[in-house]
Design a protein around this ligand. Structure first.
Ligand SMILES: [Zn+2]
Length: 67
């Protein structure tokens, strides 16, 4: 039996100039696993466009979208 550990980690994206929360699975992390590299990759790969669009929409007070 393995326990899955979900952890919410706050990341900073220099492209969006904002922090966002990312849910990460921390079970079965290999020995010597570079969590910093992993998180940096998540920041690089997150959807900057979607994030900024959602943020702009919130500021505009536009119609909120589901999802
Ligand atoms: Zn970003």
């Amino acid at each position: 039996m393995e326990e899955t550990i979900w952890e919410t980690i706050e990341l900073f994206c220099p492209v969006c100039n904002a922090t966002f929360n990312q849910l990460v699975v921390l079970h079965k992390v290999p020995k010597g696993f570079k969590i910093d590299r992993y998180l940096a990759g998540m920041v690089e790969n997150h959807d900057h466009k979607a994030y900024q669009a959602a943020k702009a929409q919130a500021v505009d007070g536009g119609t909120p979208q589901a999802g």
